[in-house]
Each structure stands twice: as structure tokens, then as C-alpha cells.
Design a protein around this ligand. Structure first.
Ligand code: PLP
Length: 426
């Protein structure tokens, strides 16, 4: 029976046996490429399991072979990450993009159709619309405001419905916190599944992080993270993770072995350290975000705040929010009155908050989606999903929120033209 102890209580010890490492209270970095077999018979047995030549015997574990296949730091990290999402298995990668591209390559073959939510992370979008397109994988994107019936009709109208093999979604969507209904996507996947063609559902949960949303419990087959963000949380490493049941993660890990894009022992060790404080960091970040969002909604130079704690209680989004999330998280987007000029004046005046892309870190990070993370989107899609020239994205860190608010307030009040903007007769 799985223990009922909370994940945050297990993050310092789970999956590590000090007696195997001279009693060290923390796992050492296993900076080694290869592992010594006790006997030739043992080496043979490890390879039989690694290559799937025979089933594991009762209580038989895959022994350590070579650090592209397994390494203690990688294995301990994967075991601990499973606890947050209540997953059977996890595979850790050297980046979020390697996690995403490996999943897409494993579950899509030339001739298959991919259904995905708009907008997705820029790198994911590029991989779908350039690399996958070139190898004969077609794709259809849908927007958060489209209904289940509309999405099903789009897939049917493509004439390729029988080729659908993966539904890939990102929710909350970056940068405006639009929500995609995971259970609805499960129903769409099931609707198109046939005995010949299974349809998997993958969810990029990077934007909310692993604490307050568990897509596997809502019907996703795979949940993906850029561990560079909340999980790493200190802006000092790049990594990714995929979680799911034994069968799907077995497939993902096999492809990982041959692409060779697993995380290094040192990166895994840093992530183990990060995981110990994941909950306290994220709780502080969410608390700060709530204070900042409240401040922003009151400020005269701000026209709109996209924050999950501010949803209209009678909206469809609020209903989805209640089913999928237990906290509004720490990502806020807001519109400065005016446009790019006013937005840049604001950004250039900030002292404490750092002007940089990425998110989920201990320090607050701010950027301008229209000209930075989302600059590659076509103007039509930008307009449809609310990426205006005055939009700012803020990832709230663990600083004292009064200092953050004071930094934002000073910068907002230094914008030159808002009074003119406000005073312009309509
Ligand atoms: C950052 C990010 C990625 C890519 O992750 P990397 O670790 O930079 O490769 C994918 N999806 C989302 C939502 C992200 O924010």
C-alpha cells in the first residue's frame, strides 16, 4: 500500500537508501558513465530486462548498467516526481523540449493526425508545424473558446479523423491563463479511438506546476513538465519530465534511451535539492501573486488582469478552473493602457523584478509576450488569444510582496503618457 504521507514530507528521503552510499544523508552525485557488474550472469540479466527480452521476475529490479539508461540520481528523481502527480512512472529529460519532442515522436507516426490546443509553447509550436509537418504528421489546432462539438467537427471535416493518434494540450495556456478542459479532451480522444488506432492525451502542465493540478487524475495519459520552471525553480538549470502509467512511460523511456536525451546526474541532483522546497516556494509565490493581482486590478494604468484568482464566477472558465485546479498559481498577465511604448517604459523602469523570459523561479521575472516569447505567432492568432501590444507577463517569485508591489507601482507611475491616453476623447 502506498503510504498516506504527503509528498512534501517524502521529498528529502523517498527512493534513497543511505546505507548504499556510506550513510550519506543526501544522495551523492553519481558522476559515472558506467556501472560494474558483480558477475557476468548479473550483467546478462540486467540487459535482458533493459532490452525487454523477458519479463521481470517477482521483486527483480533493473540493475544499473550505463548512465544513458539509468543512474541513481535519475531514478531517485523520477520516483519522487511520481509522488506529486500520483503517477506510476516518470521519465526525466535534459530539457522540457526534449520531453515534449520525445512524446510527440513516440505517439505520432508519418500519416498520423495530431490535435493540439492553441497557443502552445513556441518551441512546441515550431516542432509541430515544421519538423512534424516535414515528416508527414498533419495537425489541427483548436482555441480555448471552441466547444467540443466544434472541435470534433473540425477533425471530421479534415477527412483524417481515423488517423488521429494524439491530443496534445497546454493548460493553463501561456501567457493569458486561458483554460482547456482536460476531461473534454479525454472525451474527444475517446470519441475518435478505434480498435486499430488508439488516441492518447498529453498535457503540458508546466504553467501551473505539479502541486495544484493533476491531469492524470482527470483523464490525461501523459503529463509533461519543463522542469526548468517551478520544479527546478532557481533559474539555474534546464530539464524536463514526463509522467504516466508503466506502459506509456516504458515507451517514452525506450525512445529516450536511443535519442540519448536523459538528464545528467548533476542536473538530477540539483532537481532533487529543488524538490525539497517545491511546496514552500510555490505556496509563497501563489500568495505573493494574489496580493499583486489585487493591486493590479486597482491601478488606473492597467486595463485588464489575466489571473486565475480573478475569474468571473458565472463563467465557463471558472467551472473548468474549479474542476482542474486548487490554486490560481503564480502567473499573471496584465494589460498596460496604451501599447508597446507604454509597456516598454514600464518594463525599463523596474528595479527589483528582472526582465527575462522563463517562469516559476524564486526571483520574479517579467516580459512582453507580443515581442518576446510569442513574437513568432501570426497577428491574427495573437489578436484572437489576447496577446495585445500592451500585454505583460509576470512570473511571481518568493520576494516580499510589498517590495514587488512597490517596484511595480513606481514603474507604472513613471509611464509618460497614460494620462494622455486616459484623457484622449473617444
Ligand atoms: C519553458 C516551457 C517549455 C520548454 O521547456 P525547456 O525546459 O525550455 O525546454 C515547454 N512548455 C512550457 C509551457 C514552457 O513554459
Amino acid at each position: 500500500m502506498k503510504s498516506a504521507i504527503h509528498p512534501e514530507s517524502l521529498m528529502m528521503t523517498y527512493g534513497y537508501k543511505p546505507e548504499l552510499s556510506e550513510g550519506a544523508v543526501k544522495p551523492p552525485i553519481f558522476q559515472t558513465s558506467t556501472f560494474v557488474f558483480k558477475t557476468a550472469e548479473e550483467g546478462k540479466a540486467f540487459f535482458e530486462i533493459a532490452y525487454g527480452l523477458r519479463a521481470k521476475k517477482k521483486n527483480e529490479e533493473l540493475g544499473l548498467i550505463y548512465s544513458r539508461i539509468n543512474n541513481p540520481n535519475l531514478e531517485i528523481l523520477e520516483d519522487r516526481l511520481c509522488l506529486w502527480d500520483k503517477a506510476e512512472k516518470c521519465a526525466v529529460f535534459e530539457s522540457g523540449m526534449s520531453a515534449i519532442s520525445t512524446v510527440l515522436l513516440e505517439f505520432l507516426k508519418p500519416g498520423n493526425l495530431l490535435l493540439y490546443s492553441l497557443p502552445v509553447y513556441g518551441g512546441t509550436d515550431h516542432f509541430i508545424n515544421h519538423f512534424l509537418k516535414n515528416i508527414g504528421v498533419e495537425s489541427i489546432g483548436f482555441r480555448p473558446d471552441q466547444s467540443k462539438e466544434e472541435i470534433i467537427k473540425m477533425v471530421e471535416d479534415s477527412g483524417k479523423a481515423h488517423k488521429l493518434s494524439l491530443v496534445y494540450i497546454e493548460t493553463p495556456a501561456n501567457p493569458t491563463n486561458e483554460l482547456i478542459d482536460i476531461e473534454m479532451c479525454r472525451e474527444i480522444a475517446d470519441y475518435f479511438e478505434t480498435p486499430e488506432q488508439s488516441v492518447h492525451l498529453a498535457t503540458d502542465n508546466t504553467y501551473m506546476g505539479p502541486l495544484w493540478s493533476h491531469p492524470l487524475q482527470l483523464g490525461a495519459d501523459l503529463v509533461i513538465y519543463s522542469a526548468t520552471k517551478y520544479i527546478g525553480g532557481h533559474s539555474d538549470l534546464i530539464a524536463g519530465a514526463v509522467l504516466g502509467n508503466t506502459e506509456v512511460i516504458g515507451r517514452v523511456k525506450t525512445l529516450r534511451t536511443f535519442l540519448g536525451n536523459m538528464a545528467s546526474p548533476h542536473t538530477c541532483w540539483l532537481l532533487l535539492r529543488s524538490l525539497e522546497t517545491l511546496k514552500v516556494r510555490m505556496e509563497q509565490q501563489a500568495k505573493n501573486a494574489q496580493e499583486i493581482a489585487h493591486f493590479l486590478t486597482q491601478h488606473p494604468n492597467i486595463s485588464k488582469v489575466h489571473y486565475l484568482g480573478c475569474l468571473d464566477k458565472s463563467s465557463k472558465s471558472y467551472e473548468v478552473y474549479k474542476r482542474q485546479y486548487t490554486s490560481p498559481g503564480a502567473m499573471i498577465a496584465f494589460e498596460i493602457k496604451g501599447g508597446e511604448k507604454e509597456a516598454f517604459q514600464f518594463l525599463n523602469q523596474l528595479k527589483l523584478i528582472k526582465l527575462a523570459v522563463s517562469l516559476g523561479s524564486t526571483e520574479s521575472l517579467i516580459q512582453h509576450p507580443a515581442t518576446m516569447t510569442h513574437t513568432g505567432l501570426c497577428p491574427d492568432l495573437k489578436a484572437k488569444i489576447g496577446i495585445t501590444s500592451g500585454l505583460i507577463r509576470l512570473s511571481v517569485g518568493v520576494e516580499n510582496y510589498e517590495d514587488l508591489i512597490s517596484d511595480i507601482n513606481n514603474a507604472l507611475n513613471k509611464i509618460n503618457t497614460p494620462k494622455n491616453v486616459l484623457a484622449t476623447p473617444v
